[in-house]
Every structure is written in C-alpha cells, then in structure tokens.
Design a protein around this ligand. Structure first.
Ligand code: NAD
Ligand code: WQD
Length: 341
C-alpha cells in the first residue's frame, strides 16, 4: 500500500517523501508543478535510491485522480496541494478558494470511490487568528483569519471535520504547521520560491547568496523584547517526520484530530537574522521597514499533543535550520533552475 502525496513535489512534500521512504513507506506523488519543479522529485529519487511513481496532474481533476487511484494501491492521502502566498490570495481570492477547496473536495470524493479512508491535511497555525493566550494549543478556538489563504485552511478544516462526522471509516489528521524553514541535509532539495520570497527565511537566504541586497524587516515596534515579531520556526525535516508519525497514527485511529507541528520555541526576526549570521558567517544587511499588514506580534505552538499522540517532537535546532538553509541556497543559488548549466 502507498501514501499519496498530493502536491508532493513542493517544499514540504518533497522532504516528506524522503522521510516516508526512509521509514519504509511507499509514496506516490501527484503535482501539477504550479509552484514546483519535477527536478525536486528526481533529486528525492537520487537521495533515496528509489523510483517514485509521479503523476503530473491537477488534484482537482477528478478523472486524473481516478486514474491514479485505479493504478496505485493508496491507503493514505497527504494533501499538500494548495496555493500558499498570503498576499497573492488577497489579490486573487477566487483562484485560491477554487484551487484549495476543489483539490480537497475532489480528493475526498475519489477516496470514497476507492475506499481510501486516511487523510492528513496541511493546515496552518494561521487558523488560530489572534491568540488569547500563548503557547497556542489545539484547544484554542479558531478565530477570524487575515486573508483568503487562511480562510481556505479554516474552511477545509471544517469540511474535513464534517466529513468525518458523517463517515465512521474516515481518519483525518489536521496538521497545523507553524513556520517551516531549512532544507534536507544533503543540500539537494530545499525551498525554491518563484519570484520575490514572501517568507523570512528564503528572503534571508537570497540576501546571503547575493540575489537581493538587503532584507526589509517589517516593523520593530511590536510589543516584544526587541520590537520584532516572534514565530515558531520548525526545521522542515522535523516537520516531514511529523507526517510519518501522523500517517501511522491515522492507520490506527478513526475520527478527526488537530495536531500542532511546531517546536514550542519562539524567536524574533532579529534573533533569526543573528542566528543565520552566526551559523554561516555571512552578514545579512537589513533595513527597518513599516509593519506588514496582518502580521501578529507573537505566535508559537504548544507542541505537547504531537508528542503525546504521535510520539513526535522536533529535534533539530535553530543552528541546524540556518546551516541547512544555507547549504541548500549556496549549492543552488537559483533553486532548481540551474541544474544543468
Ligand atoms: P509548495 O507550494 O512548495 O507545495 C505545494 C505543492 O502543491 C506545489 O508543488 C504545487 O505545485 C502543488 N499544487 C498546488 N495546487 C495543486 C493542484 N491543484 N494540483 C496539483 N498540485 C498542486 O508549498 P509548501 O510550503 O510545500 O506547502 C505545502 C502545504 O502546506 C500547502 O498546502 C501550504 O498551504 C501548507 N502550509 C505551508 C506552510 C509554509 O510556510 N510553507 C505553512 C503552513 C501550511
Ligand atoms: C515571519 C516574520 C514578518 C519577510 C506565513 C503565513 C502562514 C504560513 C507561514 C504558509 C514576520 C517578518 C518576513 C520579510 C520580514 N503560511 N518578515 N521581512 O507571516 O509568520 O507566516 O508563512 O503557508 O500562514 O502567514 O511567516 O516568514 O512571512 O514572516 O521582516 O521579508 O518575518 O513580518 O514577522 P508568517 P513569514
């Protein structure tokens, strides 16, 4: 039996493919390469020494998904296939709702046809909205979120909760990721944003490699010790291992479980810049810029439930996150695009 990684060529999916294969699982990948490159899967094959069944298809294309399920024996689906840029989702809300909701609904419908009952969803800490207390535990209420991207996660969580309530065979794990960073230690795969990076770490990495001359630090007047926002950054390899644990959990339990994937530690933007400089020896010039709309001052996870239910906890350090990001970026200054040059 295999695990279907929908959106498996992307940043988190490609790292998860490696950890699943190394844990003895078989994986099948479906991706339309909207935000990724087939080269990522080629490199996963190179790292693992295993050939991966790869389908180029839109997850919302029901006929294409039926073909995948007909050809492969899939018992678990991990659904990474979403659009994820916060700012773009404000400009193109309909495209975001269409892609993120349709892909989920199609997967649920086709899974039912093929009696596949385990679903792991890539949700986000964004569904917590503005926290009443910290750390953020799964028991905290979902709140109003700040963009259409966040609402798609919010709505998909509701769709999956309702689907489970109506079907005792279903097992769903809603994984709420905090801030994934870093790369596989080989430096062969990593985050490869198209255009100007939206997120902090890819931006820092592109400054370090000389693609951008400085970082704009969005706001240093927040109510935090150094005035910059605090987040729970988690190494993508730890996050990937969380999916291995979640797939095992889903195999043994029914119902719907919400699980944070974070470290439980918060670091400020300035701390991240300094940690990167210290780990790599490369200075990161930055300029203080106005606050970015929608940013919360502080967000970090309570990671206890993941440890209790999944037996998983993050192990890699901030230095690992910085070193591995730089290892990937320095070996691949233009991401996957310069491989043969
Ligand atoms: P990514 O863009 O690198 O990966 C998503 C993959 O899905 C890409 O390969 C893309 O081509 C593919 N895809 C998108 N829509 C598709 C469709 N309709 N059919 C087929 N393939 C499709 O993003 P990522 O960082 O790996 O994130 C994976 C998931 O985790 C996303 O759903 C994202 O919203 C969620 N998430 C990410 C973060 C983060 O900071 N990276 C945080 C919280 C949640
Ligand atoms: C972190 C901090 C910025 C860029 C986002 C989504 C969330 C999830 C993860 C994905 C903030 C500051 C950033 C820059 C900066 N999404 N920053 N200069 O906002 O916590 O979470 O990604 O699918 O839903 O909202 O992460 O990395 O964008 O920002 O100063 O150029 O870095 O203001 O304080 P965020 P981020």
């Amino acid at each position: 039996m295999a695990v279907l990684l929908a959106g498996g060529a992307g940043y988190i999916g490609s790292h998860t493919a490696i950890e699943m294969i190394e844990a003895g699982m078989e994986v099948v990948v479906v991706d339309n390469f909207y935000n990724s490159d087939p080269e990522a899967i080629r490199r996963v094959e190179e790292i693992t020494g295993r050939k991966i069944a790869l389908y180029e298809a839109d997850v919302a294309d029901k006929e294409a998904m039926r073909r995948v399920f007909a050809e492969q024996s899939i018992d678990t689906v991990v659904h990474f296939a979403g659009m994820k840029a916060v700012g773009e989702s404000v400009e193109k809300p309909v495209m975001y709702y269409r892609n993120n909701l349709d892909s989920t609904l199609t997967l649920l419908e086709v899974m039912k046809e093929y009696d596949c009952n385990r679903f792991i969803f890539s949700s986000s800490a964004t569904v917590y909205g503005e926290p009443d207390s910290l750390p953020l535990s799964e028991a905290a209420p979902k709140k109003s979120v700040n963009c259409p991207y966040g609402w798609t996660k919010w709505m998909i969580e509701q769709i999956l909760t309702d689907a489970v309530a109506a079907d005792d065979k279903l097992s769903v794990v809603l994984l709420r990721y905090f801030n994934p960073v870093g790369a596989h230690k080989s430096g062969r795969i990593g985050e490869d944003p198209k255009g100007i990076p939206n997120n902090l770490f890819p931006f820092i990495a592109q400054v370090a490699v000389g693609r951008r001359d400085h970082l704009n630090l969005f706001g240093n007047d927040y109510p935090t010790p150094d005035g910059t926002c605090i987040r729970d950054y988690i190494h993508v390899v730890d996050l990937a291992k969380g999916h291995v644990a979640a797939a095992r959990y889903a195999a043994e339990h029914k119902g719907c479980e919400i699980i944070n994937l974070g470290t439980g530690n918060g670091y400020s933007v300035l701390e991240m810049i300094h940690a990167f400089e210290e780990a790599t020896g490369i200075p990161i010039p930055y300029e203080i810029a106005p606050r970015r709309a929608g940013d919360l001052p502080v967000s970090y996870a309570c990671a206890d439930k993941a440890e209790k239910l999944l037996g998983w906890k993050a192990e890699l350090t901030l230095t690992d996150m910085c070193r591995d990001t730089w290892n990937w970026q320095s070996k691949n200054p233009n991401g996957y695009r310069e491989e043969e040059v």
